[in-house]
Design a protein around this ligand. Structure first.
Ligand SMILES: [Fe+2]
Length: 452
């Protein structure tokens, strides 16, 4: 994001505003091309089907994306007459649980495609005329950025639905790059210090990332790479799923209730080799890749098994943004430059996480690999508002989820778009969830002699 953050200038001049409009249009189009790819890869029957009670039918996601775009950009920002007020209720995520959505009188695939196209045409018309300054909702294109991120987040959800789907494989992607540098030491010492957590200056940051505020973090050690499949197999082979002492009470109850034995989508063959299903194809588990599709409980049990713990959310963000040379807080682990293909495995370019060392340009100054991209990383922190939090533009975006029952995940996965994968971006989910593209890395306290 190259335009001026709010509050730092008297407002963009005409040329800046035109450049911002162009950028918004490109971002809207980029999100839509991905949505089309994910919804045109399967037939109409597959679009209407519910592939897991945890997920909506893909055709619901498609029309819901259009419905949110209509509500915010056509009606609110544009002040235009509603296109389809009759379907508002159907696509309100708070009115109907995911498991109930297939039984609703949803738009058919052809109707849904027509609807989202009509909404988009109106939005581009609104975009051409609305000032991108003044009112907070539109300043710096915020509402448009929010809708871009909303669609990109649903694209990741739809990718997760594809991973849950049974049947012939329909998605393909080039292989991930291998390591181009050795990953180096297993962990680094992140020194004690104060950094700016969250942001008050990223124009498209969402309410739960705001405001930026100082946080002091004691010294700690952090893994330089996400936990790999090879290490996770060691945990399994050492009886990790059979030893209640490694699990929290809640985690052990979840382990027993679901008879957990391995990450989701894994199976073991008669010779004891592990396989996993990746978008419809079975393949041997790759030892060097980060483990993915594990719950917070599994991550926590693994960390206990190896005498470590999960990082707190503040520790994760400090490691991702701290510049030891200047002492400043950065936008990304590698600096302030927006993510490119060189920095991180993002944007569904590859349909799997990459081994540590595959994106050396994205390494943090302390030598921590791939904090952004590859897998969402579980932290030990429940999802709460930062000091000074104010819901914007609506309580249902974040505030209604604050509480002990959710854990924060950081960093984005291979399925996350770079429009979303900021170092301040906060994802949250129930600690038992495994269908998301989540893995983890471990941390430990620094000993007194290591703290200066
Ligand atoms: Fe949504």
């Amino acid at each position: 994001m190259s335009f001026s953050p709010p509050g730092t200038s008297v407002g963009p001049d005409r040329r800046d505003e035109d450049a911002l409009r162009d950028r918004v249009a490109r971002e809207l189009d980029r999100a839509r091309r991905r949505t089309r790819h994910l919804t045109e890869a399967v037939d109409d029957g597959d679009l209407r089907r519910q592939h897991s009670p945890l997920m909506s039918p893909l055709v619901w996601d498609l029309a819901h994306v259009g419905s949110q775009e209509e509500l915010w950009l056509v009606r609110d920002v544009g002040g235009r007459v509603p296109l389809r007020p009759d379907i508002d209720d159907l696509y309100d995520a708070f009115r109907h649980a995911r498991a109930d959505r297939p039984a609703l009188p949803l738009l058919s695939p052809v109707e849904a495609r027509g609807y989202v196209a009509s909404v988009r045409a109106k939005v581009l018309d609104v975009l051409a005329g609305v000032p991108l300054r003044g009112r907070r909702l539109v300043a710096d294109g915020f509402a448009f950025g929010m809708i871009v991120q909303h669609e990109q987040q649903h694209d990741e959800t739809m990718l997760a639905t594809h991973q849950l789907r049974s049947g012939e494989p329909v998605l393909t992607a080039p292989p991930v790059p291998g390591p181009s540098v050795p990953p180096g030491p297993d962990e680094v010492l992140v020194p004690a210090g104060t950094f700016t957590m969250g942001t008050s200056v990223e124009p498209w940051a969402l309410d739960n990332e705001r405001p930026g505020h100082p946080v002091r973090v004691p010294a700690f050690h952090l893994d330089t790479k996400a936990v790999t499949n090879a290490r996770f197999v060691e945990f399994i082979e050492d009886g990790g799923y059979e030893r209640p002492e490694l699990w929290s009470e809640e985690g052990w109850a979840a382990c027993l209730a679901s008879a957990l034995r391995a990450p989701l989508f894994w199976r073991r063959d008669g010779d004891g080799r592990w396989w996993r299903r990746v978008f419809g194809r079975w393949e041997p588990v790759s030892p060097e890749e980060p483990v993915v599709h594990v719950s917070f409980h599994e991550a926590e049990a693994f960390a206990t098994w190896c005498g470590r713990r999960l990082p707190t959310e503040a520790e994760w963000e400090r490691a991702a943004r701290f510049d030891p040379r200047s002492g400043e807080t950065r936008r990304y682990p590698w600096g302030d430059e927006a993510p490119t293909d060189r920095h991180a495995n993002l944007g569904q370019r590859h349909l799997r996480p990459a081994p540590a060392g595959a994106f050396p340009a994205g390494t943090s100054p302390l030598g921590v690999h791939q904090l952004l991209g590859d897998v969402w990383e579980w932290t030990s922190t429940p999802f709460r508002g930062y000091p000074g939090f104010a819901a914007f533009p609506y309580r249902e975006y974040s505030e209604v989820f604050f509480g002990e029952e959710y854990r924060v995940l950081r960093g984005g996965s291979f399925g996350t778009d770079h429009a979303v994968a900021r170092a301040t971006f906060r994802n949250w989910d129930y600690p038992g969830r495994r269908q998301i593209f989540a893995g983890f890395r471990c941390a430990r306290d620094a000993s007194p002699e290591e703290v200066d």
